[in-house]
Design a binder for this molecule. Structure first.
Ligand code: 6CS
Ligand code: FE
Length: 300
């Protein structure tokens, strides 16, 4: 086991002043092995933009099964006591359920989908394990926003993820449209790392997963990124998929439309990039938020 103190922190954050660091890691780790799925254009698009999206990736009947499961899980009476459930601050409606790939058979199978794994292992060029899974419900009328952030900044500082070699895969379980708070990404922003201001509080996740206040980027740096590269809203019918790079700047607006924007997210981390001690110096977050079970996912 490498001793943490010998590891130089390549991506410091939560400092006195904001800063911007050029990315030190590749984006696409793999080449194009003969049995690969993504073609040259798709690899180049992902390299340049930091995401790749596919309409109607899953068949209708598969999506319907997932939607029924989504409703069943939301009505779980034990939600209030279950630490894996996070409620909306105001309405007490379910905001997110974490660790779904380990507590639910249907979502476990989905997380091992052959094609999803083929794509992420091509991009990361290694076997992968699941760092985190969650369902974000974003209910109609009251789903609150997810403020701008880089996932990697949190996973590096609060979970000890050493380098940028992880990919989030988000599957739409309801239609994501311009009215119900679609995921918004800044294309190309994965190539710079914004270090944030402010010391990480103890048990920050209890607050940040409802409304994030630490690990949020400096507004001037954020505006510069958006002015340069624009904002891409990920819209798609239920059953669409987006793969986005761990360091891409993203967020989503609140949902006052009548229609929920419910997506499931699986975060695939390379087996070459397993977690060390958190770089913020606090104790690791709970396993249901940042898994320390580093066992490679086998395709189902
Ligand atoms: O802290 C985390 O791991 C979570 N926070 C956000 C806003 N996105 C990624 C992840 O779900
Ligand atoms: Fe995020």
């Amino acid at each position: 086991m490498i001793q943490q103190e010998t590891i130089e922190d390549a991506y410091p954050s939560r400092l006195e002043a904001p800063g911007i660091i050029e990315r030190k890691d590749p984006v696409v780790y793999g080449q194009r092995p003969s049995d690969s799925y993504l073609n040259e254009d798709q690899l180049n698009f992902y390299e340049q933009n930091g995401f790749l999206n596919f309409e109607s990736f899953f068949f209708r009947e598969e999506v319907t099964k997932l939607q029924n499961e989504l409703d069943r899980l939301r009505s779980n009476k034990a939600a209030e006591e279950n630490p894996e459930y996070f409620l909306e601050p105001a309405s007490r409606e379910v905001r997110s359920i974490f660790n779904i790939h380990r507590t639910n058979e249907l979502f476990r199978k989905l997380s091992c989908d052959k094609l999803l794994l083929k794509i992420v292992t091509q991009l990361l060029n290694s076997p992968v394990y699941i760092h985190q899974s969650r369902i974000n419900y974003k209910p109609g009328f009251d789903g609150k926003e997810f403020y701008w952030h880089s996932d990697f900044e949190t996973w590096h500082m609060e979970d000890g993820m050493p380098r940028m070699r992880a990919i989030s895969c988000s599957i739409t379980l309801t239609d994501n449209n311009e009215f119900n708070g679609p995921l918004m990404l800044i294309p190309g922003s994965h190539k710079s790392y914004i270090s944030c201001v402010g010391e990480t509080p103890e048990d920050h996740y209890k607050q940040s997963l409802k409304k994030q206040k630490y690990g949020v980027p400096d507004p001037d740096l954020l505006k510069k990124m958006a002015d340069q590269n624009g904002i891409f809203p990920f819209k798609g019918k239920s059953g669409s998929v987006i793969f986005f790079e761990c360091n891409i700047m993203h967020g989503s607006n609140g949902n006052i439309s009548p229609w929920p924007r419910s997506n499931v997210f699986f975060v695939y981390n390379s087996m070459e990039n397993t977690l060390l001690d958190p770089f913020c110096g606090l104790k690791p977050r709970p396993d249901y938020i940042a898994s320390r079970e580093f066992s490679p996912v086998a395709p189902f």
